[in-house]
Write a protein of this length. Sequence first.
Length: 456
Amino acid sequence: MVNIIRRWRTGWFGLVAMLASIALASIGASASEAPSGAAAGDVAVIRVDRTIETGLQRFLERALGEAEASGAETAVLVINTFGGRVDAATEIGEAIRSTPLRTIAYVEGKAISAGSYIALNADEIYMEETSTIGAAAVVDGSGNRVRDSKIVSVWVKQMVAAAERNGRNPAIAEGMVDDSAKVDMPEIGQVSEPGELITLTAQEAVAVGYAEGLATSFDEFLSTIGSTSQQTIEPTLAEQAARFLTHPATTTVLFILGIAGLVIELLVPGFGVPGIVGIVAFGLYFLGNYVAGFAGVEHLAMFVVGVLLLALELFIPSFGILGVMGIAALIAGVVLAAYDTGDALTSLGIATLFAAVIVAVFVRYFKHRGIWNKFILRDALKTEEGYVSHATRSDLTGKVGKAVTPLRPSGTAVFDDERVDVVTDGAFVAAGASVVVVLVDGGRIVVRETERLHLK
């Protein structure tokens, strides 16, 4: 009972700490939405120099709002990325189109894949002389080309719409996504044949009207657009943490630690450390998604309820009902807290397999401390260790007494004024006859009539 109380106390402490962390993150996130206090300039510089994912999306949405609030006239997106998630790029494109600021994409190194889509949504594009733009084919999580015509068609339409928005040749945008099209580019004397994806150098982009100009450096670019003052909007610490914590690889690791830690704590109580690790892992998962704006308190509450139901299943017989409800609530809380439920389910499935291996190894080496030991009697009650099921009466062997009841063949006899249940070897002995104990076998005391004994 003491161990159970200690475990519950540890668990509640972890949950309280997790809730406190999320509350502090909420305060920090709210504070970060206000202007940072950086010196205002006519140009707000926002760097897009990493993988495009949901964390970057949230940062760019905040940065554009902060740039507008600070009085900036132009937002410069410094792009240097191989791309990333199509859904995040789509949301970023919407944010760029919605801002009242003049938007300029400066391709510092490469605007590949989803990066080219972000650049095309800007009002103007300038490129570093050695930079490139294009190759926006849709790929899956393993980097393999997606050939599904529906998916490709949707992405082609989005790229074409972004190009047409600013008067750029839509056929080139289509050729960046779909390699089945033949695209003639007379401005640079090239024809993109079927089987080729279009990627443009900086000089080619300017020639075909996909960029307004070139620059040898960022400072030269700022001079070209007539900027007199700049402010750089950086990601907050919370946004950087959220970006790391919501990455699919990080999410999978957190799931592994969370599942393994909680299951080990429930099955092998008394350690405390696995439970704390599990709670912290899931706490970081919810914290990252909360700061990123994907998770709410209701998702955390659903997860906590699921854990509590699973714990109750170990102590309250419910024929599995509490366990099933707990698993359903836990999975729902985790999956609904993510930006992409499909990715969350995939990460959860992979993590469950790895966690099962970890739990199996852990239980194998610490099975003597498992909770199942509380329900199994493992002590052997051996006679040599002092355990007996009844009192032995070997001291009666050879004693003579008197039958006080007829022995047919069992009955009662008196030895030294002590009444004892006895049995004969099959013969009838009348009450009052003299008997002698000839055998004591456990609790069985065998007597014979003394006269019969003398006759033999």
